[in-house]
Design a protein around this ligand. Sequence first.
Ligand SMILES: C[S@@+](CC[C@H](N)C(=O)[O-])C[C@H]1O[C@@H](n2cnc3c(N)ncnc32)[C@H](O)[C@@H]1O
Length: 203
Amino acid sequence: MGFYSETILPKLCDLAMRNKDLVPYRKRVIGAAEGRVVEIGVGSGRNLPFYRSPVKQVLALEPAPNLIAMARRAQHPNMPVDFITGSAEAIPLDNHSVDTVVTTWTLCSIPQAATALAEMRRVLRPGGRLLFAEHGLAPDKNVRRWQDWLTPAWSRISGGCHLNRPIQLMIEDAGFRVDRVETGYMPGPKPMTYMYEGSASPG
Ligand SMILES: C[S@@+](CC[C@H](N)C(=O)[O-])C[C@H]1O[C@@H](n2cnc3c(N)ncnc32)[C@H](O)[C@@H]1O
C-alpha cells in the first residue's frame, strides 16, 4: 500500500463521511439495528454514536488499519464495540451468528461485492436483517451515462468506489429478499448521490 491509499485516502474517507446530509440516513439505519450487529466497512466509525439498545454488541469490520484507528476514537457510550481487521469477502464470523448486518456507503467500494453479500447472508441468523444505505446506479439515463463514464477514474482516486452499482439488484442476486427500499437523490452531484436505503432478509 502506498502513502496515498494508506494515509491520504482514510482522511478523505473520514472527511467525506462527515457530511451532515448523511446523518438522517445513519440515524434511521442504525436505529433499526438490534442484537448482535456486524457493521461492514465501519470506516472512521461515523455510525458508532447512533447504536442504542436493543443492540447488544457491535462487531466493527474494516480492512484499513488507519480507519480502524480513527473508529476507535469515535464515541459509543455504553455500547460494546469489537473491532475486527478484515474484509467483507471473508467475514471471520460463524454461520448464522449475528442478528443484524449493517452496510452504509460501503458496497460501492468492496472489490468482490457479490462474494461479500454472500458472506453477509451466511453470517445472518434466519429472521435477521441486512440494513443498508448505499449510493448506486441512478434510474435516469443521462445520470447513468455520467456514472459509467466517471467510474473508472473516480474509482482510482476514491479507493475503489463505483458510482454505477445496481444496489438493490445485487442484494437480491445474493439471495436476500428486499423487504423495504427507498430510493432518491441526496443533495450533491447526481452521479454520486442516488441512494438506496432499506432492509432485506436472508430468505
Ligand atoms: C466511503 S467509506 C464508508 C465508511 C462507513 N461505512 C461510513 O458509513 O462512514 C467505504 C468503506 O468501505 C470499506 N471497504 C472497502 N473495501 C472493503 C472490503 N473488502 N471489506 C470491508 N470493507 C471495505 C473502506 O475501507 C471504507 O471504510
